[in-house]
Design a protein around this ligand. Structure first.
Ligand code: IPM
Ligand code: MN
Length: 358
């Protein structure tokens, strides 16, 4: 198969982890006889520094022309405590999602057995947990009208959804539920919010088209609690942009670390694959970032954008084997990990490559 992949490292540890992700793509191409070509582009803080824009037109054009995008992270601490900054790295990410119509963000939360003791949640609660989140990605308070009033002393953001936006993400979640355990949990705050009442109405209207899927509605506060109390009760979960952002960071602890979680953003145009973690400037350049979220993002890319299931599985098996061999990055190590098994970013990548091409 011939495919063109755009690598967009972005900020912070994005460059370190996508370097490993690209090496894994190369190993897969070699092992399975594919031909992947690559290009790179800027986004986020590095793009602001180089061009003044967090998403240069050139980057957007390259994204639209690629068969898939392997993405790193965006963000820079310099903006975090400066609410007045008009140009911000995250604007690049949000504009990319909107311009590419990436309305569905898939975040699989799957715990590798070897990491049962890497989480702060008890192993007996976690064992067997396997959740697939569908987070809506181009609506909600992220894109609603926002404004300062009253000489800057009052501010508002608008939580807004239209029926078609809810329908298309909920359909994707129903379809996925069909291929899994046929359970769908829709999360909203319909006891308070009008946009949530619309959300629930849409889910209820679609449910008869999927009679084989059992639907449960939950309020987001209850979901936040139940994810920790009993993660195994969930299978496919669908929710809005803001609730999905918060719940998936929480759910990352089920998988042991944010450093393990990959995501796929898909919709009308090129799919974008990225870790759910951020730019992590506190560890940038130290070579200690966990590259496995980027490696697992490559597996999602091959599976979802290219339909290469065996290739995706080979990557997951390689991660499994490396963890079984006892290798860990710092974020997934614990007090019983022997120091010689704690690897940096490149060395962990090397172990994965060794599994793929012995
Ligand atoms: C994510 C991130 C982004 C979001 C930030 C960086 C804008 O947290 O992809 O989950 O809130 O969507
Ligand atoms: Mn987030």
């Amino acid at each position: 198969m011939k495919k063109h992949i755009l690598v967009v490292p972005g900020d912070g540890i994005g460059a370190e982890v996508t370097t490993v992700g690209k090496q894994v793509l190369e190993a897969i191409a070699h092992k399975f006889g594919h031909e992947f070509t690559y290009d790179e582009a800027l986004i986020g803080h590095v793009a602001i520094e180089a061009t003044g824009s967090p998403l240069p037109d050139e980057t957007l054009a390259k994204m639209k022309n690629a068969d898939a995008v392997l993405f790193g992270a965006v963000g820079h601490p310099k903006y975090d405590n400066d609410p007045s900054a008009k140009v911000r790295p995250e604007q690049g990410l949000l504009k990319m999602r909107k311009e590419l119509g990436l309305y569905a963000n898939l975040r699989p939360i799957k715990l590798f057995d070897e990491l049962l003791d890497a989480s702060s949640i008890k192993p007996e609660i976690l064992r067997g947990a396997d959740i697939l989140f569908f987070r809506e990605l181009t609506g909600d308070v992220y894109f609603g009208k926002r404004e300062r009033l009253d000489e800057g002393n009052t501010a508002y953001d608008t939580m807004i959804y239209s029926k078609y936006e809810v329908e298309r993400i909920v359909r994707k979640a129903f379809e996925a539920a069909r291929t899994r355990s046929k359970k769908l949990c829709s999360v909203d705050k319909a006891n308070v919010l009008e946009s949530s009442r619309l959300w629930r109405e849409v889910v209820q209207a679609l449910a008869p088209e999927y009679p084989d899927v059992t639907v449960e509605h939950q309020f987001v506060d209850a979901t936040a609690m139940l994810l920790i109390k009993d993660p195994k009760r969930f299978d496919v979960v669908v929710t809005g942009n803001l609730f999905g952002d918060i719940l998936t960071d929480e759910a990352s602890q089920i998988a042991g670390s944010m450093g393990m979680l990959a995501s796929a953003s898909v919709g009308d145009s090129t799919g974008v694959y990225e870790p759910i973690h951020g730019s992590a400037h506190d560890i940038t350049g130290k070579g200690v970032a966990n590259p496995l979220a980027s490696v697992l993002s490559v597996a999602l890319l091959l599976d979802i954008s290219f339909g290469l299931k065996a290739e995706a599985q080979a990557i997951i098996d390689a991660v499994d084997a490396v963890l079984k061999a006892g290798f860990r990055t710092g974020d997934i190590a614990n007090s019983s990990t022997s120091p010689d098994k704690i690897l940096g970013t490149g060395a962990m990548g090397h172990q994965i490559l060794q599994q793929l091409i012995p």
